[in-house]
Design a binder for this molecule. Sequence first.
Ligand SMILES: Nc1ncnc2c1ncn2[C@@H]1O[C@H](COP(=O)(O)OP(=O)(O)OP(=O)(O)O)[C@@H](O)[C@H]1O
Length: 835
Amino acid sequence: MASLGANPRRTPQGPGPGAASSGFPSPAPVPGPKEAEEEEVEEEEELAEIHLCVLWNSGYLGIAYYDTSDSTIHFMPDAPDQESLKLLQRVLDEINPQSVVTSAKQDENMTRFLGKLASQEHREPKRPEIIFLPSVDFGLEISKQRLLSGNYSFIPDAMTATEKILFLSSIIPFDCLLTVRALGGLLKFLGRRRIGVELEDYNVSVPILGFKKFMLTHLVNIDQDTYSVLQIFKSESHPSVYKVASGLKEGLSLFGVLNRCRCKWGEKLLRLWFTRPTHDLGELSSRLDVIQFFLLPQNLDMAQMLHRLLGHIKNVPLILKRMKLSHTKVSDWQVLYKTVYSALGLRDACRSLPQSIQLFRDIAQEFSDDLHHIASLIGKVVDFEGSLAENRFTVLPNIDPEIDEKKRRLMGLPNFLTEVARKELENLDSRIPSCSVIYIPLIGFLLSIPRLPSMVEASDFEINGLDFMFLSEEKLHYRSARTKELDALLGDLHCEIRDQETLLMYQLQCQVLARAAVLTRVLDLASRLDVLLALASAARDYGYSRPRYSPQVLGVRIQNGRHPLMELCARTFVPNSTECGGDKGRVKVITGPNSSGKSIYLKQVGLITFMALVGSFVPAEEAEIGAVDAIFTRIHSCESISLGLSTFMIDLNQQVAKAVNNATAQSLVLIDEFGKGTNTVDGLALLAAVLRHWLARGPTCPHIFVATNFLSLVQLQLLPQGPLVQYLTMETCEDGNDLVFFYQVCEGVAKASHASHTAAQAGLPDKLVARGKEVSDLIRSGKPIKPVKDLLKKNQMENCQTLVDKFMKLDLEDPNLDLNVFMSQEVLPAATSIL
Ligand SMILES: Nc1ncnc2c1ncn2[C@@H]1O[C@H](COP(=O)(O)OP(=O)(O)OP(=O)(O)O)[C@@H](O)[C@H]1O
């Protein structure tokens, strides 16, 4: 219930956006949105859905998908994809769409692929729904028409039809026929399913805030297992870029260590970069240039200031979507104002930075004056305090004289109403001590009288000359002749103000939506800056260095590299160098005692290479990354076990098979503990066979790092001699009974596994460890294994002897022999005494 008397006048807002253009402003002093409201804005992106449309024809793929989190259509220009549809698989793995839409008239190859996809029971996080639309929905001409006639909020209404066509053809590659058809099919699907507007009026169309191109041409191939065994991502969820659940805890992972992003969109972009490592040198260098700039000590303050501003860049697509659907909340205006204001701050800051760095130049130029316009509009029109107080959009004074006049009348009402109430009281029963006149929107003016103790039954509420309306909070409400007069005179004032302010809000929304393009760009560039600041901050804290790229050479060269996660856990981490390239040592066989650091070394090579391919600085003194097209791994992981396959099956089917079939001369293959899922001889044979297979390829052999405890691989000379194989080991030294680990890689082969030492360190009883060593020595020297004498008590030994004697004396030819009696009377008592 709103009493007009409780409607205080608000003061105008603080500095307008004009102030933002000078210096580096702190965020605009709008009343801070309540944390809860901001949270809500952020959280809603969790509900994001992806709907993908795909067409494949004669070795080419056309893909487009709609992401509800930014209401944007993403498309990949026609790209070659062979019959195995690896590219499509990669896109599916990355974005995990809710639905996959395609034409009912499909190539057999594609039908088979989708059939397989639909039958993947264990697909994480879930299987997409496969939807076949009639092939006419994918017609080229009809698709073009659909694209050109779409209702896009980013296109200003003022644009003529020709301008619109020109504008759209600058964004959409109309010469990529498959992509255009996929886009057409997608639009048809979105319209038919009414994605995101299911509950809206039928004339409300699916919001499309932009078209974005994505390319996977320079992609480095890394499969899902590699992400988990190298601990690049470590959460229960699928590492999808589009399914970031904000509540999810990222365990100790590379992503967790490097993710220092201030805004959610920065985090999302970092995830995207992680899922799309690239060997596009231009892109990588432009990322590294920004990181390097922020690492200079004199730029630290600037980095911190930008970092702060980025914290105010919020979920603009969601707000734009709400505007499009006219569901804008009060907090949206605040958040948008802060975002725009902070974007202007970023622009001013970037204008003062070297324009030779592309990102700074882009921000300086592309954060256009449209932002000023939006900020100044919002700043001048929206009454933030008033809006918060009334929980609806209200405008500041001097925007509309008519609204101002009506509000003035409303403001004067309390005194006037007190006067009316006084007059009403004179006519009421003298038992009634007081009354007031109140206004309730949509109901009108009412006389409010306190309930007397004598008023018990409903009939007691009747008062002559008044119409009883309702009882609330011990107050009786009536309509009187005077209140009816007031209704006629002023009654709709409040509603009228509301309607007029809502109309102004629509106009403001349209103005903002017409400039949606600049807001989308703000988000793109701000998230890029956010990611690079995050990477710079990690590089500074952990002493990373800039990698070099040499696409003309093969392999990687790392000087004193470190494992980015292990170095955070180990008290002292020992750096190691890596030299792999050229024709020598393509296969590196690393042997060493248990726990000597083989796996860590293997993983550090993979991680440093990965980080360089993401455009991050790396934990090494120096790193030179040659042409690397893929990283394959066969490393034992607990996650793989959850797939329900045996270790041996994982060894064979899952990872090594992938590497054997796909690794090229430019691929990095990391193999750890391969073959231990079956018996030793078979496992060893399998490992040797796989390595020999690669070695037989000679100069096209991939760069392979194998860590193994199968010393026989070397001792039995199971690998061919030659420069392609290099043996490395982890340096150790024996100190009495102790084995000292140096965690230093050096050339050579381990002499023994020293498993007993590891067992002792793990806390197994000394006796047990000694026995293990004894048995192992006996096996190696081919001697029989005798039972542990002192484990058996003396009388147990005697009973055993007696039992053996009884059997020795047993005459099976004896016709009087009763075996049952022998067993129950002779053997059983002796055997029981032994146990
Ligand atoms: N370079 C290093 N510097 C410091 N500590 C290290 C280093 N490498 C490994 N370690 C320590 O050694 C432990 C064992 O390392 P790792 O798992 O790589 O051994 P491994 O040789 O692969 O063992 P196994 O053969 O039993 O699998 C690590 O958990 C870590 O504590």
